[in-house]
Design a protein around this ligand. Sequence first.
Ligand code: 28G
Length: 645
Amino acid sequence: MAKKKQEQAGSEYTAGQIQVLKGLEAVRKRPGMYIGSTSARGLHHLVYEVVDNAIDEAMAGYCTEVETTVHADNSITVEDNGRGIPVDIHPTEKIPGVELAMTVLHAGGKFDKNTYKVSGGLHGVGVSVVNALSEYLEVEIKRQGTIYHQRYERGVKATELKKLGKAKGTGTKVTFKPDGEIFTELVYSFEVLSNRLREIAFLNKGLDIILIDERDGGHKEKYRYDGGIAEYVTFLRGARPPVHDKVCYFESSRPEAEIELALQYDQGFSENTHTFVNNINTHEGGMHLTGLKAALTRTINDYARRNGIFKKDESLSGDDVREGLTCVLSVRVREPQFEGQTKTKLGNSEVKGAVEAAVNEHLSTFLDENPRAARGIIEKSLQAARAREAARKARDLARKKSALEGGILPGKLADCSISDPAMCELYLVEGDSAGGSAKQGRDRGYQAILPLRGKILNVERARIDKILSNEEIRAIITAIGTGIKEEFEIEGARYHKILIMTDADVDGAHIRTLLLTFFFRQMPELIEAGYVYIAQPPLYRVAKGKSEFYAYDEQERDEYVKRLGGDGDGEGKGVRIQRYKGLGEMNPDQLWKTTMDPDTRTILKVQIEDAAIASNLFDRLMGDEVEPRREFIEKNAKYVKNLDV
Ligand code: 28G
């Protein structure tokens, strides 16, 4: 008995601490379960997780500024001016509140129904997950006139919570370095971080958000939007001329949800609706979006009917009233249910009715108070309806014709011989010459080639009837076999892999973006099914005598140069470097080895968010000015390279 007691006294760990270690171990063993992935996406998720906590403090009304810094070594600091995480000893756990937050999974907040915490998807997993996946994490708290500090290493406490000195003001500062043992990618993308932080700033009006990149001479960006999502709509509309100047904006507080909506119509032909739940982008939509769509269709039809704008049996479909619409819907829900493949679809059915009622009420008021805007919107929708009808007639005609001719495939398509779609691949190749090499280099059993000549039509700038009269687009649609839009049928897909293969230059990036935009707008289900990919041709060939290597980026190139005994800064000692400017510079054999052979190629699966971002950014900046367009294409070329983000 006595002996046993002694053993316990000498032991380092209490039951609570053992639980903590077990929890952290679980996170480190299966990080994907907590942050989705250990690639670039997961890496960025760590920042969002920490920033989310600061945003919660801002939403509670105690924080006005959140500053994120990327340090030279890709460690991150997030600082807020909130109340500071509590430091007092927890009554039952007997450790400081901050230590609980840092070490216990899901500590705090989860059962706090008075806040809009996020309890689904990958958000809201808690800062302890960030702690567990960081080489080190340091927290500094200013509270009650004192600065407190504590350090952790791989989630384990390295120092006790200590007082550092006197504090002015209050707040929380967290610095962490993602663990190289966990993550396969350790370099932060400024582009990705700035897009998300800007989005957060739009969604939380008046909040100051700052992003600093110390890898880039301390480059600093500040986001603050006093107009909130109304300003977001203006930003998203970009260069497209508006149908009405005033953005329709309202807020509505209901028992089921707090609802905020901003919308504006423009002369463009696409729909740009972005929906959010508790600051999270609900890419897959859900109940709030369903409510919004129902209310839009009903309210606009009602208004037109009441004001005698329709000719006798005219009416507008949902698609008609959403043409040229830029819209942001942000709802706050106490207990959100996130569903769908990427957990970005709102499942709470009570939110549908709440959004529908709020939009019915406020949109009809807006139309009544702005009759010129109302006229413009309805006129625009009627034009959309007429174009849709014309396109439908043209399609019917085409269908009858192709039924007679037995469903003719495009002449330019070099099809494969196998007929099982699950095994078949379609390469969409930029240019006839690369198309020729691909045809010769491919495995004709299961690989089909469709060369695309010249510029692809920008579907953002054309109405459906014009899109369908474009030859390149028609060839793509027929080759794939699913049809588009309302007539889309995934069962019709003739290939389960569709690979976009373009040159690794600005023009190639442009064509890739146009194709992504086309898929995103006309057949999003194809992307959702995971059928759309980007092929990755190499950028360099490094050779010496009979040995040769293909490199997909500069770093890889330098590694091969070194391996072959070349000079530190390039060629020499018989090592030759060839830079590929286009696919056409590779012979069929090289193209096969580097880009088409499933055993050696790397391909990137396109995610719906990537296509959405590419399409929206593109559309926003495709005004008539050349400079922003060039800038965008250059940025986008970089972005698509990091498609995994
Ligand atoms: C800089 C990086 C990220 C944060 C706070 C402030 C409080 C807090 C955070 O409390 C425990 C659970 C629910 C109340 C709350 C301070 C109340 C009073 C806080 C952050 C206690 C967590 N005083 N600021 N957590 N809650 N900033 N920034 O993490 O019941 S986290």
